[in-house]
Design a protein around this ligand. Structure first.
Ligand SMILES: C[S@@+](CC[C@H](N)C(=O)[O-])C[C@H]1O[C@@H](n2cnc3c(N)ncnc32)[C@H](O)[C@@H]1O
Length: 217
């Protein structure tokens, strides 16, 4: 991967972080906001659906939906996270229904199949080009599109600036991006999706969109 942010991702989300998060997930399950997203997706009905989880980390969404999902695709820019998700899938006995792609989703998107359900849990804030990431991923959502991303409040923007200043000082290439909510929402709607569920939780917002029915000719 040649993008600077992707190098930052590889270095921030390393083996140690992946091992720590997998241990926490095994002990206490998914974080609160991920549980809210999972409940919203399950309420909308995901049985027998294919799942494309972008930036799935250690794979919490994949593991939780494995019992009902028909096929699972995981795309992640972090080698350590991808390996942790695959190893956990193997242990849980569903790795034969899952495929793993390492790299920048924006580069890989043209070669990926659409899926019924597409998820991005805390991914949009890790990537500078929200327009490409959101548009390309929303376009692949056959039925449902679920995402968790930071609220664009003044205090989150301030936090983002402080966070990035600290990383710049450490000469770490990773940066945090608080993309405007209205812009993200517009990009998703432009791909033919409409809001179905929305909730705020602390610094995060959780949203599920569904594909608008095609107009009869
Ligand atoms: C903060 S972590 C969240 C991981 C997991 N979804 C969770 O909520 O625990 C961000 C994830 O997004 C991935 N990511 C960020 N930008 C990406 C991109 N352009 N293509 C693929 N993966 C990306 C990172 O590698 C990482 O796995």
């Amino acid at each position: 991967m040649n993008c600077c942010q992707c190098q930052g991702i590889e270095s921030l989300f390393d083996r140690q972080t992946a091992a720590k998060e997998l241990k926490a997930y095994r002990r206490q399950g998914p974080p609160k906001e991920t549980r809210i997203l999972l409940e919203a997706l399950q309420a909308a009905g995901v049985e027998g659906h294919s799942l494309l989880d972008i930036g799935g980390g250690i794979g919490a969404i994949q593991h939780e939906l494995a019992a009902v999902a028909e096929a699972i695709t995981n795309v992640d820019a972090s080698t350590a996270y991808l390996n942790a998700a695959r190893e956990e899938a193997r242990q849980r006995g569903y790795a034969d229904r899952a495929s793993y792609h390492h790299g920048n989703f924006v580069d890989l998107a043209p070669n990926l199949e659409p899926a019924d359900v597409v998820t991005l849990d805390r991914v949009v804030c890790c990537y500078h080009d929200a327009e490409s990431l959101v548009s390309l991923s929303a376009a692949l959502a056959g039925r449902l599109y679920g995402l968790i991303y930071p609220r664009d409040t003044w205090w989150m923007k301030l936090f983002g600036r402080v966070f990035n200043a600290m990383f710049r000082l450490r000469r770490h290439p990773f940066r945090l991006f608080i993309h405007p909510t209205a812009a993200v929402d517009t990009l998703i709607r432009r791909q033919g999706l409409e809001p179905q569920f929305y909730r705020r939780s602390g610094v995060w917002q959780i949203a599920v969109y569904q594909r608008r029915p095609a107009l009869a000719a």
